[in-house]
Design a protein around this ligand. Structure first.
Ligand code: ASP
Length: 323
C-alpha cells in the first residue's frame, strides 16, 4: 500500500515537472561546424521552434568531427530531460556501415522526434577549375588522375557519402580532405585549396548564384525545379547511371526522455514546420520540408531503419569503413 502511494506521488511529481517543460533554454546539438547546411537548417528551425516551445530560447551547439558521430555520441550520453537534442542528417543511417565502432547505437540510444527536410546535393568545383560543365570536368578528372582533391565533412557525412559514390561510379580515386563540416570546407574550396565538393543545395545555392564556385551537376535523378539549379544536369543523365542521393535532416533526443516531453517537442516541431517564412527560406535553397507522417517518432524511426538497409550494402560495395 505504502509502496503504491510513494509510486503515485513520484509519478504526480514527475508529471508536474514535465508540465513545466521547457522552463529553461533547450540546446540542439549540430554534429558539424557552424556555417554549413546542417547548422543552417538547425538555426532556422531554432527560430521557429521558440514560440511553440513556450518562448524558451533554443540554442545551437556545434560539435563537429568524425563525420557527425562525435556530436551524435554526445547527445546519446546526455541527460534524457528534453534539454539536449540532436539535429542530424543521413549520417545517422550511413555511419553504421562506415564505422566499425560507433560511440552509440543508432536505433537504441535515441528517441526519434521527427523528420525535418529533404535536400538534394550539387557537385561543385573551386573557382579556378578549368572545366565549365560536367563534360569538361570529366575530361579534366581523367587527365588529372591521382592529383584531384575532394573536400568532405568526415567519414559518414553526406559529402563523404556523395564523394564515395562519385569515385566508385567514375572508377577514379581522389584524395579526400576531411573537415568538421562543409561550412569550413566551402571556405577552402572558395580559396582554391581543394578542387571539388559535393554538398547540399542549402549550402551551395548562394555560392552558385554569385558565381563564386563552378557548378557541375545535381545528385537527384530528376533535374531540380529551382530556376538557378534547373540548368544543371543530373549525374545520372551525365553518364553516372542510377546516381541518386538526397539528404534528409531529423530531430532526436537521448533514449529515455519522458514521453510527455517528447510529445511536447514533437507538437512544437509540427507547428514549426508549418511556418510560412521557414518553408519559403528552405525551399528557396532547394530543400523540401517533410509534411508526411515521418514528422512523428514511429515513422521517422522506420524511415531511418530503411535508410540503414538501403545504404549499408552500397557503402560496403564501395569498400570504405573506419574504426
Ligand atoms: N553537409 C555536411 C555533410 O557533408 C555537413 C554540414 O552540414 O556541415 O555532411
Amino acid at each position: 500500500m505504502k509502496k503504491i502511494l510513494i509510486g503515485s506521488l513520484a509519478l504526480a511529481a514527475a508529471t508536474t515537472v514535465f508540465a513545466d517543460y521547457p522552463d529553461k533554454p533547450v540546446t540542439i546539438v549540430v554534429p558539424f561546424a557552424a556555417g554549413g547546411p546542417t547548422d543552417k537548417v538547425a538555426r532556422d528551425l531554432a527560430d521557429v521552434l521558440r514560440k511553440p516551445l513556450g518562448g524558451q530560447s533554443v540554442i545551437i551547439e556545434n560539435v563537429g568531427g568524425a563525420g557527425g558521430t562525435l556530436g551524435a555520441g554526445r547527445v546519446a550520453k546526455a541527460s534524457p530531460d528534453g534539454y539536449t537534442l540532436l539535429l542530424h542528417h543521413i549520417g545517422m543511417a550511413t555511419a553504421p556501415a562506415l564505422y566499425r565502432n560507433l560511440p552509440y547505437k543508432t536505433l537504441d540510444d535515441f528517441e526519434y522526434l521527427g523528420m525535418i527536410n529533404e535536400v538534394p546535393m550539387t557537385l561543385i568545383g573551386k573557382p579556378s577549375l578549368p572545366a565549365a560543365n560536367y563534360a569538361d570536368l570529366h575530361k579534366w578528372l581523367a587527365a588529372n588522375q591521382g592529383k584531384v582533391n575532394l573536400a568532405h565533412a568526415g567519414l559518414g557525412s553526406a559529402s563523404h557519402l556523395c564523394g564515395l559514390l562519385l569515385q566508385s561510379a567514375l572508377k577514379m580515386e581522389m584524395t579526400t580532405v576531411p573537415y568538421k563540416g562543409t561550412g569550413p570546407a566551402m571556405t577552402d574550396l572558395l580559396g582554391g585549396q581543394v578542387d571539388l565538393m559535393c554538398d547540399q543545395t542549402t549550402n551551395t545555392s548562394g555560392q552558385i548564384e554569385s558565381g563564386k564556385v563552378k557548378a557541375y551537376a545535381v545528385t537527384t535523378t530528376k533535374r531540380l525545379s529551382a530556376p538557378l539549379l534547373a540548368k544543371l544536369p543530373t549525374l545520372d543523365e551525365a553518364g553516372l547511371k542510377g546516381f541518386n542521393v538526397t539528404i534528409w535532416h531529423a530531430l532526436y533526443a537521448p533514449k529515455g526522455t519522458p514521453k510527455p516531453v517528447l510529445d511536447k517537442i514533437n507538437a512544437a516541431l509540427k507547428v514549426a514546420l508549418k511556418d510560412a517564412e521557414f518553408i519559403k527560406r528552405e525551399e528557396a535553397l532547394g530543400a523540401v520540408i517533410v509534411t508526411d507522417n515521418r514528422v512523428g517518432g514511429a515513422e521517422h524511426k522506420k524511415f531511418v531503419e530503411s535508410e540503414i538497409n538501403k545504404w549499408g550494402p552500397v557503402i560496403k560495395a564501395a569498400g570504405q569503413y573506419a574504426d
